[in-house]
Design a protein around this ligand. Structure first.
Ligand code: COA
Length: 251
């Protein structure tokens, strides 16, 4: 089992399960094994009644640089691509029944940004950067972000983020409604865990119903994720994507 994802139960924050990206030497880039561990971690949280909130955290200065580029290249070379482990994770994320919070310090790239669209409250440090260079990699948006982002921030900012690949500072992400709060880097972890614990202490059924109402139509979200997946897998196999991955690997 990979130790690049840590599943933690912080004693000081009862009811909280933490899923932590822990591959700092590769900027927390996410491999297939890490997606599988994330999916299993979410399932563990779902199945355990003592878990009342789930928190995503990274390491100092980096939440995640997104999908592992070597894995992208391997998919591109393989020709036939099944459903990548990333999509099983994303579907589990979209289907989560418990409150999700996230804490970002530093880089949040690709799925490191779109993941937060499934979180209910995100805290980021003032040095964070949100960016999704999908099109520059000859790919398309994933995680239902093509549906969620325009709802949250309107067409122009969603297009800037998802299609033009513009980076958003923490302040810009907050103004766009992508995240909830900006705090100093030293406070991200403590604030995120405090927030998760406060949700964990609330009446769970009332919170679940409220969350479901606020999140809205999951079927539409899952249908959009399937639509994105079909395009994404097709683009992954394209010559232009392969060239982009090879260029990154050659740097
Ligand atoms: N996949 C695999 N490895 C990655 C990675 C990724 N997505 N992002 C970073 N790394 C690796 C680098 O290859 C490098 O490994 P090395 O030390 O063995 O050479 C290490 O992490 C440090 O990255 P580096 O590029 O030196 O750090 P940086 O601070 O100069 O730049 C990024 C950080 C995130 C801006 C840059 O690495 C990058 O653009 N990564 C790709 C992000 C991306 O496009 N993700 C996919 C989104 S869909």
């Amino acid at each position: 089992m990979t130790d690049h994802i840590l599943v933690e139960r912080p004693e000081a924050h009862p009811g909280v399960l933490v899923l932590r990206f822990n591959r700092p030497e590769k900027k927390n880039a996410i491999t297939q094994a890490m997606y599988q561990r994330l999916t299993a971690g979410l399932a563990e949280g779902e199945a355990d009644d003592t878990v009342r909130a789930i928190a995503f955290l990274g390491t100092e200065g980096c939440f995640s640089a997104g999908n592992d580029m070597a894995d992208f290249l391997a998919f591109a070379m393989a020709g036939a691509v099944g459903e990548p482990a990333a999509f099983s994770f994303l579907k589990a994320l979209a289907g989560a029944s418990k409150p999700l919070v996230s804490g970002v310090d530093g880089l949040a790239i690709g799925i490191g940004t779109t993941l937060h669209m499934h979180c209910d409250l995100t805290i980021a440090s003032d040095r964070s950067l949100f960016k999704t260079p999908f099109v520059d990699l000859a790919l398309v948006p994933e995680a239902g972000s093509s549906l969620l982002a325009p709802l949250v921030m309107g067409h122009q900012r969603a297009f800037a983020l998802l299609a033009a690949g513009e980076g958003f500072s923490a302040q810009e992400a907050r103004e766009a409604g992508l995240i909830w709060k900006v705090v100093p880097a030293a406070d991200v972890e403590a604030e995120t865990l405090k927030l998760a614990a406060s949700l964990a202490a609330k009446p769970p059924q009332a919170l679940k119903i409220s969350r479901d109402l606020v999140r809205g139509d999951r079927q539409a979200l899952l249908a959009r994720m399937d639509e994105e997946l079909a395009h994404f897998v097709d683009r992954l196999k394209s010559k232009e994507a392969r060239a982009a991955f090879e260029a990154f690997m050659r740097r």
